[in-house]
Design a protein around this ligand. Structure first.
Ligand code: PXG
Length: 441
């Protein structure tokens, strides 16, 4: 018998990411199609998408404009290298992306995911300092509870213990700011909490400890998503920016979740008026349809790295699929939809309603905090004694059975629907979640 054709259970062969694999097989949750605000399950039930897939489908599912653009692109130019060759779409898209982001963020490096964008941004930061003759600046500063994807760079600056503890020594020379989760001060804050701007001052302590000449960059999510929805305390990001400026440290915003409308603007940087030097994006760039990420660099960074290079190739980094023509087409059509339908503005207009409806859940059993920013809400449930995450997991299962896809991080329910959601659908989503919370043990 041919050894290459092994009989396996088809379900067994897919090693699922960030999933309780054994538990999943006992009770699979399978979706087979999607359109606009809904998934359809394998057994034909409609599910309201409360999470925009994984915080990415900002324009809603299977939008014909994107489907058509992708189909046409793959027929015309299925693949083209971006190393030493180019195709027009990648240049045009880079310009369009640059126009979404504020200030001099106008040089775009294409990746295929948020994790790649983070690692790319960290490498650009190091290359920048080296290009200016400050090669001693190699230290990277992240933050506790941060999620920056799963590359070795990303988990090193990341601050989620489970994502780090199995993977050895990680990158050397990394330090972490304290996280900003402070329910004792900030529980049930509407939008950005009042307390906690001073937590940015820890950067001063790190500067004193390590010396600014060793520090390359600080990376933060303006709003932490995976950690359970943590909007920044008012004034916090401004303070980080000021301290970075004082010591010549680059500030990197990881806007993989927050860019492209999620917070009611093109980016959190624009919404909050705080300018990073580098921005990591992905997800909403193509509304999740085709994998693509982008790092947007400030002009001074691009200029220094390219003009001071001693070699013809200025930056030894890239991916086979950087600027992939099919992803470019998906991104272009997605940006068209965002503009034509004014979806960033729409998200801004829906935010107060979304916030009200979210905070209406505060008196339900086991709810211990509700946090929100833009079209994101986190509803934190008390963990069961000795079983952290079980209540959250059951909430997700029950919601699936009752007709909604929701996302959980331990016992925090995170809701981040496509930005095309109607007020009626917001009501429907939160009513369903309220029913689940009421019925949970
Ligand atoms: N940075 C941030 C801030 C993210 O949220 C990544 C980087 C990595 O992106 P990729 O494309 O490599 O997965 C992310 C991803 C969740 C959840 O529910 C969040 C993400 C991915 C999956 C689930 O918390 N964020």
């Amino acid at each position: 018998m041919a050894t290459s054709v092994r009989s396996t259970n088809a379900m067994d062969s897919f090693w699922m990411p960030f999933t309780a694999n054994r538990r999943f097989m006992e009770d699979p949750r399978i979706v087979k199609s999607a359109a606009d605000m809904h998934y359809v399950t394998a057994d034909g039930r409609k599910l309201l998408d409360g999470t925009a897939g994984l915080w990415c489908v900002n324009a809603g599912h299977a939008r014909p404009k994107i489907v058509e653009a992708v189909s046409a692109a793959i027929a015309e130019l299925d693949y083209a290298p971006s190393y030493q060759f180019g195709h027009p779409g990648a240049f045009e898209l880079a310009g369009r992306i640059a126009s979404v982001f504020p200030g001099d963020l106008n040089h775009v490096f294409f990746t295929n995911s948020g994790s790649e964008s983070v690692d790319t941004a960290l490498k650009i930061a190091l290359a920048y300092h080296q290009s200016r003759g400050e090669g001693t600046r190699t230290r990277l500063i992240g933050r506790e509870r941060a999620y920056h994807g799963v590359g070795f760079g990303g988990i090193s600056v990341g601050g989620i213990a489970t994502n780090r503890r199995h993977f050895g020594s990680l990158l050397a020379g990394v330090d972490h700011l304290p996280h900003t989760h402070a329910p004792e001060h900030n529980a049930y804050s509407r939008g950005m909490p009042e307390w906690g701007a001073h937590l940015a001052d820890d950067l001063e302590r790190m500067v004193a400890l390590h010396d600014p000449s060793t520090i390359a960059a600080v990376i933060v999510e303006p709003m932490a998503g995976s950690a359970g929805v943590l909007p920044p305390p008012k004034g916090y990001l401004e303070r980080l920016r000021a301290i970075c400026d004082k010591y010549g440290i680059l500030l990197i915003f990881d806007e993989v979740i927050t860019a492209f409308g999620r917070v009611g603007a093109g980016s959190a940087a624009e919404l909050l008026g705080v300018q990073p030097d580098l921005m990591a994006t992905a997800k909403g760039l193509t509304s999740g349809t085709i994998p693509m990420g982008a790092v947007i660099a400030d002009a001074k960074i691009y200029k220094s790295v390219t003009e001071n290079s001693a070699t013809p190739i200025e930056f030894f980094h890239g991916y086979t699929y950087s600027g992939h023509p099919v992803a470019v087409a998906a991104a272009m059509a997605t940006l068209d939809i965002y503009a034509e339908e004014g979806l960033f503005q729409r998200a801004a207009e829906l935010t107060p309603y979304f916030e009200d409806v979210a905070h209406n859940l505060r008196d339900l059993p086991n709810v211990i905090d509700i946090r929100n920013m833009g079209m994101v809400a986190g509803i934190e449930l008390a963990p069961r004694p000795g079983a952290v995450g079980e209540r959250g997991f059951e909430a997700m299962q029950m919601a699936f059975e009752r007709g909604a896809m929701i996302r959980i991080t331990a016992d925090t329910i995170a809701l981040s629907p496509p930005l095309i959601i109607s007020k009626e659908q917001i009501d429907e989503l939160f009513d369903l979640v309220a029913g689940v919370i009421r019925d949970l043990k």
